[in-house]
Design a protein around this ligand. Structure first.
Ligand code: PLP
Length: 468
């Protein structure tokens, strides 16, 4: 029991309290509203763009000084704030990379939030830490990563790649880093922000399938060695965001071994494919990576945000990131302080949702759900090949197909993607490959049907003809 006064000091009551009944009623409202969202999504637009003026008028205003009406504001959040966005969970959201989260993952994330999950230190979060370590080791084995790999969960591929580079640099020191123009743009951004000189970043040529050309890599390395520079890191990609291209990791590993270099593999998009039954024949050799990244919020059916970063050298994450304030005395063995594996100290348990997803569906079913995304892109390619308007630009690979209308110019392709997205039926983006604007579909949502793809390709054909 709080005493209201002590030595004449008045302690105000807790004003933030809700009664259990109030919270229960509002909580059920949140659950019902979320289910309504999921149930009606198919009939609503895949992206709802917003006007800055209208959104500011609805959501802004002067700072709220007095208490408000929580029910009205929950409605405002659901109907306005959360409505105006790309719905990455929409069955016809094919733009960039969809985010088809799954019911089990949503439940896990809700529970983790309600119970203020924390996975910073062993002492302060042994349960959530165990969940993170267990989840990372299940995925390590299922993906076929090196058994020595240790991991940490981060907000996304950008942060996970950056974390891997910090670990790589602490082992390799300064030196030249090799990537291609198909490497995700966030990687070069991170490297430059960490002080990697632009003069020590190489864009290696790609082959006809947009994979890093191993011969071109050897030549770049030879040039750098001749100029007295130190080759340090090769960035391979298992599933590029543009076309789903998979670099030949065996070749890249051999080159790295010849020069004492580090092989980083970005599987932010394509990594989960190695969990598929067919997929594991398409994304292979992940055990050859010194470090590896993948984004479960892309193709492992998780709500934002969640990425996994693995480093294959035992203890290196800890060596790179350990800090020892007195109040966080380190403990050894299984009792890991996750805050010693990246730059994040206070951190929620992102693993709870993924652990529950793996346990609820099982790796077997999840693998089939991933394979389905691969097959949907192949179906889309068949539609493109039958279409009198389109032809395939890059064949379906890892759930991505790109195509063009040979008689239409680049601007007409961009207009067709914009028109379809504005129409609301589906969301599609164009991308640029070898200087050409191409249409691109990313089909990783297990809810997508063949009718969805029929409707999307036929509408795109109409829009591209109309806008040329
Ligand atoms: C999406 C993506 C990233 C960046 O991941 P975020 O989660 O958006 O930070 C990095 N690499 C690849 C290949 C990606 O597809």
């Amino acid at each position: 029991m709080d005493r209201d006064t002590q030595d004449g000091l008045a302690i105000p009551p807790d004003l933030l309290e809700m009664t259990p009944e109030q919270l229960r009623t509002l909580g059920y409202w949140v659950v019902d509203r979320t289910i309504e969202h999921l149930k009606t999504l198919d009939a609503r637009p895949a992206i709802t763009p917003g006007s800055a003026t209208e959104l500011l008028a609805a959501l802004g205003g002067t700072p709220p000084i007095a208490a408000g009406d929580v029910v009205a504001d929950l409605n405002l959040l659901a109907d306005v704030a959360l409505e105006h966005q790309q719905h990455g969970d929409h069955p016809r959201y094919f733009a960039r990379v969809p985010g088809p989260s799954s019911p089990a993952a949503i439940l896990g994330d809700w529970l983790a939030t309600g119970m203020q999950s924390v996975a910073s230190s062993w002492g302060g979060g042994s349960g959530p830490t165990t969940i993170e370590l267990v989840t990372l080791s299940w995925l390590r084995d299922a993906l076929g990563l090196a058994p020595t790999s240790e991991g940490v969960m981060l907000s996304g591929g950008s942060m996970a790649n950056a974390t891997a580079f910090m670990a790589a640099r602490s082992r390799q020191g300064d030196g030249v880093i090799y990537m291609t123009d198909q490497t995700h743009a966030s990687i070069k951004r991170a490297l430059l922000a960490f002080g990697q000189p632009e003069s020590e970043v190489r864009m290696v040529a790609t082959d006809a399938q947009f994979r890093m050309d191993p011969q071109a890599l050897r030549e770049e390395i030879a040039r750098d060695l001749a100029a007295g520079r130190t080759p340090a890191i090769v960035v391979g990609t298992s599933g590029t965001t543009n076309t789903g291209a998979v670099d030949d990791l065996e070749e890249l590993r051999a080159i790295c071994d010849d020069h004492g270099m580090w092989l980083h593999v970005d599987g932010a998009y394509g990594g989960p494919v190695a969990l598929g039954h067919r997929g594991r024949t398409l994304v292979t050799d992940l055990n050859l990576a010194d470090s590896f990244v993948m984004d479960p919020h892309k193709w492992l059916f998780q709500p934002y945000d969640l990425a996994c970063c693995y480093v294959a050298h035992e203890g290196l994450l800890h060596e790179t990131f350990a800090m020892y304030p007195e109040y966080l005395a380190d403990v050894s063995g299984e009792e890991v302080d996750m805050s010693n594996r990246s730059l994040e100290l206070s951190r929620r348990s992102r693993a709870i949702k993924l652990w529950l997803t793996l346990r609820t569906y099982g790796l077997d079913t999840l693998g089939s759900a991933i394979d389905r995304g691969i097959a949907l892109a192949e179906y889309a390619q068949a539609l493109v090949d039958q279409s009198p308007v389109f032809e395939t630009f890059t064949p379906a690979q890892l759930g991505i197909v790109t195509f063009t209308a040979p008689q239409a110019d680049d601007a007409a392709h961009r207009r067709a993607a914009t028109a379809l997205t504005a129409d609301g039926y589906a969301a599609v983006t164009s991308t640029t490959l070898r200087g050409r604007t191409v249409l691109r579909l990313c089909t990783i949502n297990p809810k997508t049907t063949t009718e969805d793809l029929d409707g999307t390709i036929s509408r795109l054909a109409r829009f591209v003809v109309e806008s040329s």
